[in-house]
Write a protein that binds this ligand. Structure first.
Ligand SMILES: C[S@@+](CC[C@H](N)C(=O)[O-])C[C@H]1O[C@@H](n2cnc3c(N)ncnc32)[C@H](O)[C@@H]1O
Length: 129
């Protein structure tokens, strides 16, 4: 099976897991498929990452803004933000596998492995956009 076919099959599995509402299983899926994520991202025809960054540029034109990329994954949006001149970006994601890939890109000031809605982010870092 090609990587693309494998990824599509795995993605269908993810949709089923999401329907069940089991967050732990969702995170496990991202961990297990992290190495396939970037390779397949462009072939999916997504535009949300472009519109997200466009919006950030509009609401926070100051490139010194400190940004928290929530659900940062492998750093797709972080990379675009860096390309647009933002230089202080932290990443939070519950998948260690996805964060590991993000870390290899040297985009983020810090990588925070945490599940959204269950863990506090340290007070001194609460300067985010
Ligand atoms: C579709 S990916 C998006 C990644 C990246 N923002 C992008 O646009 O390519 C969703 C990411 O959210 C993370 N995620 C899902 N549920 C989460 C939760 N409850 N807490 C933290 N991260 C979560 C997953 O691990 C995954 O990396």
């Amino acid at each position: 099976m090609t990587d693309k076919k494998l990824y599509i099959k795995e993605r269908d599995t993810l949709f089923e897991i999401m329907k069940s509402g089991n967050t732990e299983e969702v995170i496990r899926w991202y961990d297990e498929n992290a190495t396939l994520y970037d390779e397949q991202f462009n072939s999916c025809g997504f535009v949300y990452h472009l519109t997200t960054v466009e919006t950030v540029c509009k609401v926070a034109p100051d490139k010194k803004a400190v940004i928290l990329d929530v659900g940062a994954g492998s750093g797709v949006i972080g990379k675009l933000l860096r390309d647009h001149g933002y230089c202080t970006i932290d990443a939070v994601d519950a998948s260690e596998g996805m964060l590991k890939i993000a870390g290899q890109k040297n985009i983020y000031r810090s990588l925070i492995c945490a599940k959204i809605g269950t863990e506090l982010i340290q007070e001194e870092t609460c300067e985010y956009l």
